[in-house]
Structure formats: C-alpha cells, structure tokens
Design a binder for this molecule. Sequence first.
Ligand SMILES: NC(=O)C1=CN([C@@H]2O[C@H](COP(=O)(O)OP(=O)(O)OC[C@H]3O[C@@H](n4cnc5c(N)ncnc54)[C@H](O)[C@@H]3O)[C@@H](O)[C@H]2O)C=CC1
Length: 395
Amino acid sequence: MNSPAQPVLSDLRRMIAANPDRFAAGVFTRLFSTTPALRDLFPVEMGSLRTTFAQVIDYVLDAISAEDGHEDLIEFLAQLGRDHRKYGVTSEHYWLMYDALMTEFSRMLGARWTQEVYDAVSHGTMLITGVMRGAAESAPGPAVWHAKVVQKFVISRERAVVRLIADADAPRFHAGQYTEVQIPQWPHLWRNLSPATPPNERGELEFHLHAIPGGYLSGAIVRQTQPGDVWTFGQVHGTMQVTGDRPVLMVAGGSGLAPLRAILLDMARRVDNPETRLFYGARHPGELYELGVLQQLARTNPWLHVTAVAETETDPWWIDGAPDPRQWGFDLRFGRVGDVAVEYPRTLSRHSLEPRNWIDHQILLSGPAPMVFHTQLKLRSTGVDPANISHDPLN
Ligand SMILES: NC(=O)C1=CN([C@@H]2O[C@H](COP(=O)(O)OP(=O)(O)OC[C@H]3O[C@@H](n4cnc5c(N)ncnc54)[C@H](O)[C@@H]3O)[C@@H](O)[C@H]2O)C=CC1
C-alpha cells in the first residue's frame, strides 16, 4: 500500500503497541455494550485473549501495508475464522465486530480520522471480518465435536493420563496433530492438546497432562476430571509427521512426548520405517513414566532407539517410589533433553555406527516452548538446516 493514510496506519500500530490491553479492552467493551449476549461466548478471564487479539490486529495492519504477502494474510484470517466457529460466533457477529473496531480506531485517531484514513482502515477491518466470516461459513464439518472420558490414571500429584471415546462425527486427523479442547470444569476456555495415540476406528483418544503452574485446564484435568465428563473439541491442526525418506531424530520434553508417541505408535503399524532416535526428557528420573511403553515399542521395532534424559540424578522427596529408569534397559543421561540430544553424536566412540551428526535427519521437537526454542537454536548452531526441523507453534 502506498497511500497518504500510510503514516496514520503506522501511528495506529504504535498506539496499539503502547497499550495493547487497553486497545483490546476498548474494542470488547464496545462489542459487549451493544450486544451483551456476546459476553457469554467468551471466557470469564479474557487477559490472554485480549493479548492475542491485539497481536492479530497489529499483524493485519502491518500486512495490509505491505506490497505483497497477502496470500499468507488471507490464509491466516481464514484459519482464524474457521477456529472461531467453536465459540458459536455467527455471521452477524462479524458485522458487530467491524463496528466495534472502527469506533475504537476513530476514537484513537481523533482529529486525524479523515475520509482517506477511514477508507484505508475500513478496507483492513473489512478484510479481517470478511475473510474470517467467509471461511467460517464455507468450512466443512461440524464446528465442534465431543468425546466422553472413560478412564483416568493419576501418574503423580501433577500428572495424569485421560482416555476418551469420541462421537461418530469426530473429524479424521493424523498422528502427531493437535486439537482444541474445552472441558466442563472450564466452559469457554480452549487449549490445544495432542492425542498421545494415533486415531482409530473406535474413536479412542488418549491425552497426557502435566498440571503446569497457572495452567487452568491442565490443573483441572489432573485434579478434577472423572469418567463420564464430556469434553468438547474444535479444529484439528498441526503438520508434524515423519516423511520416511530420512533417518529421524525426535526430542520430547515431559508431556510433550504425546504427539511423538502417537507418531511412533502409528509407525509401529508399518515395517518400512526409517531409523528413529528418540530423546525423552524430564526434570527428574522418576517423571519418565512412559519408559515402559517405549520399551515395549523398541523391543518389537528395531528401527527405534530411545535415550532417557533427566536434569537431576535423583528424585525429590515428593516423587515417591518411582522405579529407576535404567530398569527398562535404556541409556540414561543427565542434563536438559535438548542439550543431551544435540551433544549426543559427539559423545560416541570413534567406532560407533551411530550418526556422527543430525544434519541429514528429519527432526521433530515437542515439549515446553523454551525447550523447543533452545533445542532448535542449538541444532542450527551445529549446521542443521532449519527446514529439517518441525514442531508445533510455540505460544
Ligand atoms: N500434553 C500435550 O499434549 C502436549 C504438551 N506440550 C507441552 O509440553 C510441555 C510439557 O511440560 P512438562 O511435562 O512440564 O515438561 P518439563 O517442564 O517437565 O520439562 C521436560 C523437559 O524439557 C526440558 N526443559 C524444560 N524447560 C527448559 C528450558 N527452559 N530450556 C531447555 N529445556 C527445558 C527439561 O530439561 C526436560 O527435559 C508443556 O509446556 C506443554 O504445553 C506440547 C505438546 C503436546
């Protein structure tokens, strides 16, 4: 875009960046005051939603100013529209959002709200609401689907495994993808979770949870979920999968093992798998609770090699009676899982037949965002091409 309104749009972005929460709160207050029923579609606590909202508006204002790259913007907005179906957002709501946004923008710009600026901002706002509405209207399949909890295993005071059976209209997904989840204890709150098993005809789903500090959903699942609860699911996302044409390195941190576990279980149904080395890490040895399952998998699938990694050599007092991970027959190393994985080839003897580096590997990372971020940086510093590394989006 090369218009006289350009400097004003840049100013608008600066004003939003200076106080994103105030901007987002202003828009939502207008929206809820004109149509109070809309408030019920949103979570009680809207802090993180307001942050994301301001980021999206900033991204769009930036992208519409650019000469090209609009295909990415359109796809981004279309995906956002499809994602918003789960909130019960209807076509009419997009018009209300258009009005709320335009009113807030005009308030922010005051005397600089000229016809030219109005046209440029209206164009951008119409693009956001129009593309989202169109994509939502034409999206296939139901907006949400459901599954009932049938089993729950409490692994420790912080960790649980939950099994569910999905309704017949659950969408098809592939191993390694993640889905938006809402639980009855937290209506309106959506979080992404990765099934830890590949999809099957019976609709069985398994999720692994760590009650992370401040995690409303993970905490409620670990402490309150019980058989009979019905969970609601939205869109399925994610592109992690094994291409099969190269050896594979997987690095999993804690419950981030879930999508990689699903991929491994899926691979175990085939015979023609590439050599795959998994580094499975936790803070403490006693938290490596999936080693039993991994041992069974590795025993019958000679292409799979597992290294267990813990940050500490002993368990704290509150992990009581966990077996020594070495009893499963795996190599146990100490440190952060990403560091151990990246350094691993350098620790091998000259005569080892194992890979000398990870450069020709397909690499899948999953775990806490800082772990994924740091592991990626370390791998790149050893010459790994970033195009060979996949992971789910980091929030
Ligand atoms: N449950 C699920 O379906 C999925 C969960 N995740 C994410 O995986 C994470 C799992 O968390 P926890 O089980 O609590 O893992 P955790 O905090 O126990 O850590 C697991 C591993 O990550 C490493 N690590 C942690 N922080 C690090 C840092 N700052 N830098 C480098 N390495 C670090 C640790 O050394 C350890 O090896 C959560 O953030 C969750 O959002 C990701 C995908 C799916």
